[in-house]
Design a protein around this ligand. Structure first.
Ligand code: OAD
Length: 270
């Protein structure tokens, strides 16, 4: 691998690392498209479906300043996201779980908010863009559980803060990281720790437009990196190797060559 000073020997049948192989996996929205969840920037992605909101830019729907002035588009959008509980983890999520079971997963950094990594049983996961599991008032920081905010998200009705609602200042927002907000403080700490231990970075299904994932190669510049993505990206030049195609198909082939059983979640009972 040209980027790295480390040596990794890859043979035809199996990867033979110098020491126990530890991967950091970076997941983007593309790995959930096979579960029926659209990504953001593809032709039919979420950003192509927001015409009704008449936004200046589609990203506004996830911008904290916009949300504080006009939370309705986000709540209306969330109605679709929350009401569909039929999503199942994809083969990619199962692949990450398999890596963890085989003690080859250093960390799974995901910017997805669909929670499918956890549903697949992956525990070494950092949800870099947060999750829907808790929510907070944008003004007084009153904290609500998912159960409390769920009826609002399901119906698309904006939840004003029960503590400061009289001033109509406080709007309750799920703890997902919006544009203009900081990502979890643990992120930089974990990156600093992991970069000394990681043998390989695998990025799957991301357009690499959004930080912090877009900055991974600079932050872990010594670590060899592979990109698995359906489309060709400008950022591909920074990677040591690019596998172009459907992420589920590619991880299936990797597992076939390694002799690993990758069970399709679609074959599992509901
Ligand atoms: P994007 O929607 O920007 O990019 C998804 C990428 O995955 C695209 O390059 C697709 O070609 C690719 N892709 C789609 N389906 C695939 C498949 N089956 N196999 C392989 N590749 C596939 O999503 P992200 O890069 O993850 O941020 O960026 C998402 C972030 O941008 C979100 O977290 C959100 C958004 O703005 C915030 O809200 C702050």
């Amino acid at each position: 691998f040209r980027r790295s000073k480390r040596i990794v020997i890859v043979t035809g049948k199996q990867a033979m690392p110098v020491r126990c192989f530890r991967l950091t996996i970076r997941l983007g929205a593309g790995i959930s498209t096979n579960a029926g969840i659209p990504d953001f920037r593809s032709e039919n992605g979420i950003y192509s479906r927001l015409d009704e909101f008449k936004l200046d830019t589609p990203e506004d729907i996830f911008h904290i300043d916009f949300f504080k002035c006009n939370p309705q588009p986000f709540y209306t959008f969330s109605k679709n996201l929350i009401s569909d509980t039929s999503w199942k983890p994809t083969l990619c999520h199962e692949f990450v779980k398999l890596l963890e079971a085989k003690k080859k997963l250093l960390r799974n950094y995901t910017q997805n908010i669909d929670g499918l990594e956890k549903r697949a049983g992956v525990t070494r996961v950092l949800q870099v863009h947060g999750s829907f599991s808790t929510a907070r008032c944008t003004a007084c920081k009153y904290k609500a559980t998912f159960e409390v905010i769920k009826p609002f998200l399901e119906t698309g009705k904006v939840m004003y803060c029960p503590k400061c609602f009289e001033r109509k200042e406080g709007i309750v927002k799920p703890d997902i990281v919006f544009f203009g907000e900081k990502y979890p403080p643990t992120y930089d700490k974990l990156i600093a720790k992991d970069k000394a231990q990681a043998d390989l970075i695998v990025v799957m299904g991301s357009s690499l437009k959004i930080f912090p994932i877009a900055g991974i190669l600079d932050q872990m510049s010594e670590v060899p990196a592979i990109l698995i993505n359906k489309e060709t990206l400008d950022a591909k030049l920074k990677f040591d190797h690019v596998m172009k195609g459907d992420s589920d198909a590619i991880v299936s082939e990797i597992c076939r060559r390694l002799g690993w059983d990758l069970i399709s979640p679609l074959l599992m009972p509901a």
